[in-house]
Every structure is written in C-alpha cells, then in structure tokens.
Design a protein around this ligand. Structure first.
Ligand code: CTP
Length: 437
C-alpha cells in the first residue's frame, strides 16, 4: 500500500516517519489499523489515525508526544494512549486479543500480535493493517479478506458470534453499510437478525448505546441509518415508543437537506452540534416525559438534554413567530434565549412561510449583530457599579438591533444613558432597602 500511503496529507507522512523511527528505538513495530486503512483503500479523506503497536503502546506514545511537547491521555487498563497532533486525534493501542465472558460485557484483554489483533475486530473491512516498519513499509496485512469485501461492497463479520460478543456491532454494521452504501453479507445479516431476536442489544450498558446513537447522528446521512436500524431492530432496545415514524422521517430528511445551510450559518462561529438537532428529531414519536426518561437512562450530557428540552419548548411556543407584527428586536429577544440547535430544529420542523422567514432573518442577520463596545469601554467611561455592565450591554444590543447604530460612539452614548438610569434606580433601591432595615 505504499501508493495509498502517499495519499495521506503531508502533515501525517512526516509524522508517521518519526513515529516509525521512535518505534524502532523502542524495539516495537507499528501499523496503521482499522478505519484509516479502509478509508485509504476507498480513497476517502483521513482525519484521525489509529496506530497499532506490537510492544508498549503507552511508552511509545509518551515518547513521541514528549518530543513535540504534546500532552498525552493514557488508559493503562486498555494499554492505549492518545494525543492531538495539529488538530488530529492519534490513538496508540497495543496489539491484543479479546475474550468475551458474557455478551455485551467488556472483554478480557491479552497481549498479542497484529494478526491476532485483527481477528478480534468487528468487520472484515475494518480488520486490515498497514505496516509502518521500515523493513516492510506499506505492506498490507489482511487476514480476513477485507480488501475483497471492500471491492464487493460488503459488510461482513469475522465469525458467527460477533454480534453476541459485542452487540453494539449491530448498530455499527448498519452505520458502515449506510455510510458506504454497501450491503450486509447474507450470513452477517442472518447473524444480526438472530442477535437482535435474542435481545442482544438489551444486554448493552445504556451509555454504550448512547455513544452509538451519537455516532449515527454524526453521520452525513443519519436518516438512512435510522430507517435501516428501525427496520432491523424496531428500536426495541430503547424506550418503548421510539419509532422512526413517517413524520420523524420527513423531519430528519428536511434537516438533512438543510444541513449545509446550518453548517454554513452556525458551524464556524460556535460549537454548533448538528447531531443534537438530528437527535431531537429522532425522539419525535415520544412525549416529553418519555423523552426525559430516555435521556436520563442513556446518561445524556447536560447540554444535549437542554438542547432537546429547548427545541421542544420553542416548538410549543412557535406561534409567537407567526404574529402579524414582530419587530427585529422582539424577534431577537425571543429567539436568542434558545440554543441555535433548537432554532435549527424548529426551522426544519415548521412549514409556515412567515415563521421560516423570521427564523431565517434571525439566523442570517440578527444573530450576527455584535456590539463594538465591551465592559472595558464602560470602565473607561467611568460607569459604575460594574455588576450592571451585563444588563447595560444587553440593552445597548437591543437598541442597536432596533436603531441600527453604526459607530462605537453611538453605542457609548446610548450605554451612558442606560447606565445613568440604571444606577439611579439601583441607588434609590439601595436607599429604600437601607430605610426599611
Ligand atoms: N472496533 C471493533 N469493534 C467495535 C469497535 C471498534 O472491532 N465495537 C475496531 C474496528 O477495527 C474499527 C476500530 O476498532 O475500525 C476503530 O474503531 P472506530 O474508531 O469506532 O471505527 P472506525 O472504523 O475508525 O470508524 P469511523 O470511520 O466511524 O471513525
């Protein structure tokens, strides 16, 4: 695979050469493994690297990272370590074999060679490695026929108990099948259905289910995966009532069509999470108490919970956005209290022309308006007390939206007026309190 390795971004090529040198110095052999190899063979872009080490992966990762002054995250129990190199995640793992004691549980791990390591993996297309060892640089190690399955567009497990060993592979199989528009090999599909039928997914810890669901929502076309997952699993392993209904399907599809618009509008300036918009849409068939229960059970993080709640709340209050008259500052005031994910969700949800035009105005224009003045300008102007700064700046922003201030001076003048009014109110409030006490 020497040719494919030349397709790697140059930042990686130089980096991998130094990794191989360090490995040699540590008497270890290293390989690129898993998804990277698959993606290189498919000619797809590679963002993160998985490096398999025959030897001590943690020591090697620490030595490589130290030379560049990069902090390392270590997982001693798993013999793995990772660091971020120029924005790319680099994972180091010691080659190992795995034995599953009970279905769905975490496996017992032992040191092994590269071939044994590959044979514990999920699908043939993910069970390939490329040697980076100088003496055999670029040699493809493909003991399970992954290259052939890539050619035939097949997702195939390595053995019949694979889905029982690790039932999250049921969702992974669907994800890869839909991402690459492959097919599930007949025996694999049979084993998948057998595992689903015997409730294998019910044995998985909800947090692992959550992680797989998030990976699905992060796909380029989540709806395809969810539709297929609905057909194959019926989502029986989630809260009863979760279904990919036609309404949810239409909504997921609309989000999919709008995704480049959302990413263009929000992606660059905040940590906008498109996947949480998809996730909210996926829960469409559930009532709010059912949603709350599921989020709790999955152990969803605080931010996602509040995104989902906010989206539901904005949806319930969306009539406000259909009012015959709604000024820009009122529109801003109403929408800016919701996370952008909730705004995106309701934009995709609603087909009402007026409502969509208003959300569009918020997304395209109002949400970009920023003040020229900051707290330090108020300080320079001698405004006191400082705890009123937030309130003053919010009031200037509303007025800027209303009046369209163009210069910093206009903002400052207005801020001084607000400050005077507020500090007078504050002082008289303080005096009153003083009198009463
Ligand atoms: N793997 C596995 N069984 C799992 C999860 C992972 O065998 N349940 C193996 C596969 O070989 C996989 C590799 O670990 O390729 C890395 O896992 P992950 O990063 O989840 O998969 P990628 O193939 O890199 O997927 P993606 O392209 O979505 O990043």
């Amino acid at each position: 695979m020497k040719k494919q390795l030349t397709y790697l971004p140059s930042v990686f090529k130089e980096f991998l050469r130094t990794c191989a040198e360090s490995a040699r110095a540590h008497h270890a052999r290293i390989y690129l493994v898993g998804g990277v190899v698959r993606d290189l063979l498919l000619g797809r872009d590679v963002y993160d690297l998985d490096i398999l080490v025959e030897g001590d992966a943690i020591r090697l990762a620490v030595a490589i990272a130290r030379r560049r002054g990069m902090p390392v995250t270590r997982h001693k129990a798993f013999g793995t370590a990772s660091f971020i190199f120029r924005g790319h995640k680099i994972d180091f793992a010691a080659a190992r074999s795995e034995t599953y004691l009970t279905p769905g549980s975490l496996p017992r791990v032992r040191k092994a060679g590269v071939t044994q390591d590959l044979s514990r993996r999920d699908f043939t297309i993910n069970a390939m490695a490329v040697s980076l060892h100088p003496a055999e640089y670029g040699r493809l190690i493909d003991p399970c026929g992954g290259q052939e399955d890539l050619r035939r567009h097949l997702v195939r497990v390595l053995h019949s108990e694979s889905f029982f060993d690790d039932p999250t592979r049921i969702l992974r199989a669907i994800r890869f099948e839909q991402r690459f528009q492959f097919r599930m090999e007949a025996g694999t599909l049979f084993q998948l259905k057998r595992a689903v039928g015997s409730g294998a997914l019910d044995t998985v810890h909800p947090h692992r289910i959550r992680d797989e669901l998030i990976l699905i929502m992060r796909e380029k076309f989540p709806f395809r995966c969810l539709r297929r997952a609905g057909k194959l699993t019926g989502f029986g392993f989630l809260e009863p009532g979760v279904r990919c209904t036609p309404a949810a399907g239409r909504l997921l599809n609309r989000i999919q069509r709008l995704q480049s618009f959302f990413l263009r509008s929000f992606g660059a300036r905040t940590e906008f999470r498109l996947w949480s918009v998809y996730f909210t849409a996926f829960l469409e068939s559930l009532s709010l108490p059912q949603v709350e229960f599921l989020l709790e059970e999955l152990g969803m993080d605080k931010r996602t919970r509040s995104d989902v709640r906010a989206a539901r709340s904005l949806r319930a209050r969306r009539r406000r956005l259909k009012a015959p008259v709604l000024s820009d500052d009122e529109l801003y005031e109403f929408l800016h209290q919701f996370p952008l994910e909730a705004v995106a969700y309701v934009y995709a949800y609603s087909t009402n022309g007026r409502l969509r035009r208003r959300i569009r105005r918020f997304i395209d224009t109002l949400s970009h308006i920023r003040l020229r003045i900051r707290g330090r300008d108020l300080q320079r102007l001698g405004v006191t007390p400082a705890h009123l700064y937030g309130k003053i700046l919010r009031s200037v922003l509303r007025q800027k939206i209303k009046k369209g201030f163009r210069t910093k001076e206009e903002e400052e003048r207005y801020a001084l007026g607000v400050a005077e009014r507020l500090s007078r109110q504050w002082a008289s409030g303080g005096r009153k309190k003083g009198k009463n006490s």
